[in-house]
Design a protein around this ligand. Structure first.
Ligand code: FAD
Length: 384
């Protein structure tokens, strides 16, 4: 049995790993010649780390995961601590730690684990043909490939999605811009073992430690879409948006390199119920595109892959296995997208009264409520 995997991102590589565990041959086709991830880093929460372990790639998490032992929120303007607590109770409750990781290193190591020479780069699918027994992918370079089934892990701008769900989706702007990158850990910004977030005015600034002594940082600012901002204005833009904010935020802005900082207008896609059409399955961002507000987009791609493998462990009938995958995933992924959207609106001041109420809650938070929320999301995964 042979699967065509479209896309060599986290979704495609983990799907290949899961299918390989079931003895299914996979050919992986990636549009670009060289993968250049859009974000600097990712927090792979415990549910995602468990999936990586299950798929035989736990060593990648061990080597890339930063020492994120504590969590804190600060008032962005005064710098005062609103809440600060250990993440140990979460790790104990769910049985695995969260791992903030360099995105480029994660993707690169997943590809190396599979065998870089076995991934076919420069293969952009532009159309496909589907019959009861096979799927053929046609690529923009004029070549084609045929398999028994296809896993389309071709990301949020998926070319395969409309064929599967029957209509073109619109990406929904989440009303904020995110800047992200990496800097060396500096205790003048925040402790090196802590996920630290500064909040105020519906904006946020966050740092998370990844391996190798670096912080993954991000800035979020509610803004209209399509502003005329780029690398040349980046530092001044951030200085303007965070004028009057606390010293650590200014230190962070002064340490960033605009040449390697990403500026992203954040979007999601209204969730849909169809993830499978016959012998074609959507997986990862092609199946569910979320705002990054609960850090679950990549984690849910990993969950998809694990469930896909579990479905093929139960039956080798392709259409039955894929339908089962759809049934097991559609509620979970819809829930995560909508949960992230809700969190996004509160964090980014969609209704400033609600955001202010959240700031007030943070000032009396001891950690229990935040840990309970994280735990609920994590244990909803397939390896809870
Ligand atoms: P992608 O990573 O987009 O990979 C798709 C691949 O398919 C790409 O390599 C692309 O080149 C290829 N491709 C596209 N079109 C074609 C085609 N026509 N033919 C062949 N190949 C094609 N998730 C988390 O879990 N934790 C986080 O902390 C987190 N933070 C985030 C922060 C930001 C700012 C953003 C934007 C996202 C964040 N996410 C996070 C979400 C996460 O990045 C995505 O959910 C994840 O990368 C999805 O993986 P994927 O493989 O489905 O898609």
């Amino acid at each position: 049995m042979k699967a065509l995997i479209i896309g060599a991102g986290i979704g495609g590589m983990s799907a290949a790993a899961a299918l390989k565990q079931q003895g299914i041959e996979c050919d992986i086709f990636e549009a670009v010649k060289e993968i250049k991830p859009v974000g600097a880093a990712l927090s792979i929460w415990s549910n995602g780390v468990k999936c990586m372990n299950h798929l035989g790639m736990g060593h990648i998490m061990d080597s890339l995961g930063g020492p994120m032992h504590n969590l804190a929120y600060h008032d962005g303007l005064t710098g005062a601590v609103m809440t600060q607590f250990s993440l140990s109770p979460l790790v104990e409750a769910v049985g695995e730690r969260p791992c903030p990781v360099s995105r480029a290193n994660l993707q690169s190591q997943m590809i190396d684990w599979w065998g870089r020479e076995k991934v076919q780069f420069g293969k952009r699918i532009e159309k496909l043909e589907q019959s009861e027994t096979c799927v053929t992918a046609y690529f923009t370079d004029g070549s084609s490939a045929t398999g028994d089934f296809m896993v389309a892990a071709d990301g949020t701008h998926s070319s395969v999605r409309a064929h599967v769900i029957g209509y073109q989706t619109e990406r929904r702007y989440a009303d904020y811009v995110n800047w992200n990158g990496l800097v060396n850990i500096d205790e003048n910004i925040a402790p090196g073992n802590q996920w630290t977030t500064f909040v105020g005015e519906g904006k946020r600034v966050s740092v998370m430690p990844i391996a190798d002594g670096r912080f993954y940082f991000f800035f979020d600012v509610p803004l209209p879409k399509g502003l005329n901002e780029d690398r040349t204005t980046l530092v001044d833009d951030l200085k303007g948006y965070f004028k009057g904010w606390a010293k650590p935020v200014q230190v962070l802005i002064d340490s960033i390199d605009p040449e390697v900082t990403n500026r992203i207008e954040i979007h999601d896609i209204e969730p849909f119920d169809t993830l499978v059409k016959g012998n074609i399955a959507l997986l990862g961002d092609s199946a569910h595109s979320t705002t990054p507000d609960i850090g679950q987009g990549g984690c849910s791609a990993l969950e998809d892959a694990v469930v896909l493998g579990q479905c093929f462990a139960e039956t080798k009938d392709i259409q039955t296995a894929l339908k089962d995958y759809e049934e097991k995933r559609r509620f979970r992924v819809k829930d995560l997208v909508l949960k992230a959207r809700k969190r996004c609106d509160v964090t980014h001041g969609k209704n400033m009264q609600e955001t202010q109420a959240w700031y007030d809650e943070l000032r009396v938070e001891k950690g229990d409520n935040i840990i309970a929320g994280l735990r609920t999301t994590i244990v909803g995964g397939p390896l809870a």
